[in-house]
Structure formats: structure tokens, C-alpha cells
Design a protein around this ligand. Structure first.
Ligand code: AHR
Length: 507
């Protein structure tokens, strides 16, 4: 099991706040992400509230999801909001050309989405259509949603069942407009951003004063020179006035964990080589965040603009037998480790990364839950997110340790990862990840700056790197109490191979 890993944490040395919005989710009209995964309709035998499945809502509530990004993704730049309002029977069937060319029934539209986020206790993060829409269409959508005065659009909203204005906490101006959002150059997108950000506003000035709607501009999708130029172009134009019609409060970054596209690595039934390669790929996130943060620092040294990693997660080959374009994949112990490694990266960059959205919430890519008709399974990704809830809005505390190395073939990775944070009640939270799939790791943590009175926590692992939860065996990968010992200011525990552990140290 190798030499003991000595960790030191001085709880009095605090850093940036870990914004709870980094635990955001992404739910696109894609595959079974919305239809079946969230929406079953009010007449379904699957228990639901106004058409939204109760099991999924209950599961997501436990994650304290801060915000949900919707309706896309690539879907957003082909979405026309008017088709998704009004009586269900009158809504037109359209196509979803990005994702399997299936029929989009539009039965899940604006009101249904806002009902869903309300049911799970999250804020709404809407992406407006820049690619195939117009500023007028997007501005009308925002007036329909947020106007408090009796305008024609506000009256239409009321006639459709919602009298009070909605709150839209976050607004995305387009999605990947360098690709599926319209193949735009950075300069062309910037001119669109200037126009949209002027007209697509919160039409409820009272709310705008107290609760600013955050605007997120489309940012890079990788580290190549064209993406460095993209970040440069958008940031250069930012004036930092922070007026409500200013360009942006955030710049997005999209980065999937994939060895190469088209994604061909299996989500289950893989070996240690694929395990190590995928984890190596996921650690690229740190390089990308560092690279784009450095460009942002040139124009915004005070770090007012958020780097919003609003699409991230593992992208594997589609499961055999599933509909092409539906991006259905399994979710294993490896995915729980991916969650921990990425959240740890975001936490270390908490002064710049104040928002992130894992792709995607239900049934698509690295999902929280997988549904199959009436059954729902909580994935290892779900459990990792649940264990990390105490880190939401906690204050980052630096951790010093020598991680050692895990080596497989030509790949060598840090063997252990760790972060710490202190919450409002003074509890110190520690997260340890043992990347090594074969050997346990002995960790001894010396705590200063806190009088530790008790420590307890949970650990998540499974019998193999590719262990998954299924409806027949839903508890193969579930958190178990961690065997932690606290003696004075010394905390010791053994990390199981391929595991994520979160410990709370109470003062
Ligand atoms: O999450 C799937 C797709 O990945 C999104 O629609 C798009 O934005 C990205 O390329």
C-alpha cells in the first residue's frame, strides 16, 4: 500500500469561496434526458407531479442542485420558445436534428422547465438561441418570463398559468457558436453578443437591482490556438462596467473527458488501460482552466468575470443497442473519481471558476440518475455529488501533501488527490480520492487552526473500476461509513483502492 501519505491542513488559512453554482447540472433535449428522464406527462402511470417524475425530483433534491442549464446544448440554437408554450395539444411537433432526428413534441417547454427547477429547488439557467434565432425572439422570451407589468407578453404568460414573473438567475447567450451554434468566427459571435446582451434583459427592474441575472457568453471548447484567440477576442471587448446590459458576467468553457472524438471508450467492461487513459484525460481540465484564466486575467485582473465550465463530464461510446444520437452510457466507479478530480480542480480555481454544469443530468452522458421505464437508478456520479454537498459555498482551505504516483504502462498520475474547505458552521470538510485502482492508501492528516472534537464521513468505491449500479443491483457502488480515527489533531484513515472519501471534522 506504499508509504503513509502525510497531509497537513491549517484550517485558519482560508481561500476563495467554493461557489455552489459549480455543482450545477445540464439538461438538454437529447435522447432520454428530458422525455422519460424528467417528463413523463400527467397521465403517466409513473408517479409524477404535473408530468414531472417524482422519483427523479426526490433524488435531485438531495443533491441541492444550485442551477439547471436548459434547453441545450446544440438544441438551444435551434429552439424556438413559442413552440413550447400554450395548451399541450396545440404545440407543434418539430425535429431534433442534432440528436437522432427524432420528433420533438414540445410538451416540455418553458413552463414545464420552470416547474421542474422549482420542484427540485434549483435556479434556472436558460440558453437563448443565437444561431438560428433573433435578438427580438430572445428578448420576447425574456419579457414573457420576467415582465411584472401587464404587457401583452406578461398577460400571455398569465393566461398560460403563471401570473407572477419568473426569476431567471442565469442566461447563456448562445452555445458553442463556433460549431453547432452557427459556425461563427470569434468576431462575428462578439458582434452578436453585443447585440443580444443589450436587448435580452431582465424585464423586472426591481429584481435586477437585488438579484442580477448573470449573463454567460460563449467561450472556448478546448486549448487549441483558435480557442485561445476566442477567449482573447471576447475578453478584450469586456469593459468591466458591470451595467445590466454589459456583455457578460461569465465566459463559458466546454471540456469533455474523452480520449478522442468520436468517443469510443466503453463506459462499462473496460480494463485498467482505459481507466488510466480516461483519468489522464480528465486531469486536462486543470490545464484548460489555467490557460483560459491567464487570458482572462489580462483583461480582468480582479476576476469579476466567471469562468463557467458549463459543459463537462465523461463522454464514452454509446451503449450497444441504444438509439444513435441519444448518448446513453453507463456510469461506474471511474465516473465517481472523475467527479472528485474535476470538482477539486474547480475548487482550487474557485476565485475564477464560480459556475460549472455537468453533462448531463439524467440518462445522457455522465448522468446523476438513469431511468428505465418506471425504475430509476442512482449512479456513482450521483453519490459523489451527494457526498460533496457540504462543499457548496464553503471556503477553500489549502492542503499540503505529496500525492505519490500511480503508474500504469506509460501513464503516470497523482495517486491521491485532496481538498479541504470550511463551512459556515466551522466544520472542516476534507475530500480524499485514491486514484490507484489496486492499492489502498494510508493517509495521516495533521490539523492546525481548529480544535477537532469529532470526525466522521463516507467513502465510495466498488468491487471493480467498472462497477455500476443497475435496477437489479442498485447498491453495488454506494457510500459507506468511513473508518476514520481522530487523536488530538491527527486524523488517520485508509483509502480503499479507486475510492472517494469525504470527512467532516467538527470543532
Ligand atoms: O452535451 C452534448 C453536446 O455537447 C451539447 O449539445 C453541445 O453543446 C456539446 O458539443
Amino acid at each position: 500500500q506504499g508509504p503513509e501519505i502525510a497531509v497537513t491542513v491549517d484550517a485558519s488559512r482560508t481561500g476563495a469561496r467554493i461557489d455552489r453554482n459549480i455543482f450545477g447540472q445540464f439538461a438538454e433535449h437529447l435522447g432520454k434526458g428530458i422525455y422519460e428522464g424528467v417528463w413523463v406527462g400527467p397521465n403517466s402511470p409513473i408517479p409524477n407531479t404535473r408530468g414531472i417524475r417524482n422519483d427523479v425530483v426526490a433524488a435531485l433534491k438531495a443533491l441541492k442542485v444550485p442551477n439547471v442549464r436548459w434547453p441545450g446544448g446544440c438544441f438551444a440554437d435551434e429552439y424556438h420558445w413559442r413552440k413550447g408554450i400554450g395548451p399541450a395539444a396545440t404545440r407543434p411537433a418539430t425535429l431534433n436534428p442534432n440528436w437522432g432526428d427524432v420528433i420533438e413534441p414540445n410538451t416540455f417547454g418553458t413552463h414545464e422547465f420552470l416547474d421542474f427547477v422549482d420542484q427540485i429547488g434549483a435556479e434556472a439557467y436558460l440558453s437563448v438561441n443565437v444561431g438560428s434565432g433573433t435578438p427580438a425572439e430572445a428578448a420576447d422570451w425574456l419579457e414573457y418570463l420576467t415582465a411584472a407589468q401587464p404587457t401583452a407578453l406578461a398577460k400571455e404568460r398569465a393566461a398560460n398559468g403563471r401570473q407572477a414573473p419568473y426569476k431567471i438567475a442565469i442566461l447563456g447567450i448562445g452555445n458553442e457558436n463556433w460549431d453547432c451554434g452557427g459556425n461563427m468566427s470569434a468576431e462575428y459571435y462578439l458582434s452578436q453578443l453585443r447585440i443580444y446582451s443589450r436587448f435580452v434583459r431582465n424585464f423586472n427592474p426591481a429584481q435586477q437591482k437585488t438579484d442580477r441575472m448573470l449573463k454567460v457568453a460563449v467561450g472556448p471548447g478546448g486549448g487549441e490556438p483558435r480557442f485561445a484567440e476566442w477567449t482573447e477576442t471576447i475578453m478584450k471587448s469586456w469593459k468591466g462596467r458591470h451595467w445590466s446590459w454589459d456583455h457578460m458576467d461569465g465566459l463559458s468553457l466546454h471540456n469533455y473527458t474523452v480520449v478522442r472524438f468520436p468517443a469510443s471508450y466503453k463506459s462499462v467492461g473496460f480494463g485498467e488501460k482505459e481507466y488510466a487513459e480516461i483519468l489522464q484525460a480528465t486531469l486536462e481540465m486543470d490545464k484548460l482552466v489555467t490557460q483560459h484564466s491567464a487570458i482572462m486575467d489580462k483583461y480582468d485582473p480582479e476576476k469579476k468575470v466567471t469562468l463557467a465550465v458549463d459543459e463537462w463530464g465523461a463522454w464514452y461510446a454509446q451503449l450497444p443497442g441504444t438509439t444513435p444520437g441519444f448518448l446513453a452510457q453507463q456510469n461506474s466507479v471511474r465516473d465517481a473519481i472523475i467527479v472528485a478530480l474535476n470538482i477539486n480542480i474547480f475548487a482550487r480555481h474557485a476565485d475564477r471558476v464560480r459556475m460549472a454544469n455537468i453533462a448531463q443530468m439524467v440518462n445522457v452522458l455522465q448522468a446523476m440518475v438513469l431511468t428505465d421505464g418506471p425504475t430509476m437508478v442512482l449512479t456513482p456520479t450521483y453519490h459523489a455529488f451527494r457526498m460533496y454537498v457540504p462543499f457548496q459555498n464553503a471556503t477553500f482551505v489549502p492542503v499540503a501533501f505529496d500525492a505519490g504516483r500511480y503508474t500504469h504502462g506509460s501513464i503516470t498520475l497523482p495517486r491521491v488527490d485532496a481538498i479541504a474547505a470550511r463551512d459556515a458552521s466551522g466544520t472542516l470538510w476534507l475530500s480524499f480520492t485514491n486514484v490507484d485502482p489496486n492499492a489502498p492508501a494510508q493517509v495521516a492528516t495533521t490539523l492546525t487552526g481548529i480544535t477537532a472534537r469529532s470526525a466522521s464521513g463516507e467513502t465510495l468505491t466498488g468491487p471493480a473500476i467498472d462497477s455500476v449500479n443497475t435496477s437489479e443491483s442498485p447498491n453495488t457502488v454506494v457510500p459507506k461509513p468511513a473508518a476514520v480515527t481522530l487523536e488530538g489533531n491527527r486524523l488517520t484513515l485508509t483509502l480503499a483502492p479507486r475510492s472517494v472519501t469525504v470527512i467532516g471534522v467538527r470543532p
